[in-house]
Design a binder for this molecule. Structure first.
Ligand code: SAH
Length: 346
């Protein structure tokens, strides 16, 4: 059985082959994305035979919610298990009127960033388009009907640019008016920074917001923290990032995990200034979120303030990310294939 959401064309072609008019496809989309239907039976304006055929041939859900956790700040995290037993996590964040979701693209991750929980056991496989869209729907189901998803970040488990072919159709479902209707400006893909894939992304017609995980101002330190940098190098990465900006007109975001005693010295801040001051970019600094089993430390408030002051005095456009969801291990870098979820920290 195929996943119903494996691509817009899959369902459209299937309906056409059976002689159904195109509006049936739109009705289905309305049921799934707007009315949040959970089964074909609910789709009362579709002919009964069509509902039966759909139920025979397609699955709407292929995951089981293994664990659902909610933090006092409103953040909710789901641990989903797919048909083959693979597990991923995804997150809903509430911030004022914002309703953001953070989704995963792979079971595990192959990048091996030394401070991140997602890659601790390597990668098993890419998620399919249907599995990526299903996370969006599962998270949307956590909201009351009057609330809609406003932002989507591809910052969960996995390296999105290593799974572009499955990710892009999923993001189109998210973006399309007949889908979730989230504006492309509010959809962010976060990448470890694979220049070849960034160039591929730049060449596509729809441009989403791109966030590049930088984490160090020089190649020696970046390669220590982000091992794939050994074969990439900052020069090529920044050239690809600049090209993405030239083509898309979208200001780039660079992410920087701040690790005490590792990349939080004055010299690192000055290095960042040199690298970014002539670029139309936002630097998003994420103080390290603790990962069980790793020994990195979050910098003290004073160290963070000092680092920030250097960047701001130099006129960089910076944002220091407030921690959300860390009590349930749902913050950046904390998502994993946990079998036994850790109890909420207080
Ligand atoms: N593979 C993508 C998405 C991963 S997670 C990428 O590398 O960008 C999104 C962000 O969280 C990345 O910038 C990642 O480096 C960061 N991150 C990973 N582990 C973290 C941790 N323990 N604390 C804070 N941020 C972390």
């Amino acid at each position: 059985m195929r996943h119903l959401l494996s691509g817009e064309q899959v369902l459209a072609d299937w309906l056409k082959r059976r002689g159904y008019p195109a509006y049936r496809n739109r009705q289905l989309a309305t049921w799934i994305f707007r009315k949040r239907a959970t089964c074909f039976d609910e789709m009362s304006n579709l002919p009964a035979v069509l509902r039966e055929e759909l139920a025979e041939q397609f699955r709407l859900w292929t995951s089981e919610v293994v664990c659902q956790q909610r933090a006092s700040d409103g953040t909710e995290k789901l641990l989903l298990q797919w048909l083959d037993g693979g597990r991923i996590e995804c997150v809903l964040l509430r911030d004022g009127i914002r309703r953001s979701i953070c989704i995963s693209t792979q079971v595990g991750c192959a990048m091996g960033c030394v401070f991140c929980a997602s890659g601790l056991d390597g990668v098993d496989r890419n998620l399919t388009t249907g599995e990526i869209v299903e996370q969006m729907l599962r998270l949307q189901h956590l909201l009351p009907e009057r609330e809609r998803l406003s932002h989507l970040v591809v910052m969960g488990m996995g390296e999105p640019l290593a799974n572009l072919d499955n990710l892009m159709p999923a993001l189109e479902f998210a973006n399309r008016k007949s889908g979730l209707g989230i504006s492309s400006r509010r959809i962010t893909i976060s990448t470890v920074g694979i220049p070849r894939a960034i160039r591929r992304l730049a060449a596509r017609p729809s441009h989403f917001h791109l966030a590049v995980s930088l984490h160090a101002p020089d190649d020696a330190l970046r390669t220590q923290l982000v091992p794939v940098n050994r074969n990439i190098g900052l020069e090529d990465l920044l050239a690809a990032a600049d090209q993405y900006f030239d083509v898309s007109g979208r200001r780039l975001t660079f992410e920087y995990v701040l690790l005490a005693g590792v990349n939080d010295r004055d010299s690192h801040a000055h290095g960042l200034v040199g690298m970014l001051k002539n670029r139309p970019a936002l630097l998003n600094v994420i103080p390290y979120n603790p990962v069980a089993g790793l020994t990195f430390q979050t910098p003290s408030a004073a160290a963070i303030k000092r680092f920030r002051a250097i960047l701001e005095t130099a006129g960089l456009n910076v944002h220091f990310r407030r921690r959300k969801g860390d009590r349930i291990d749902a913050a950046c870098g904390q998502l994993r294939r946990s079998t036994t979820p850790s109890p909420p920290r207080s």
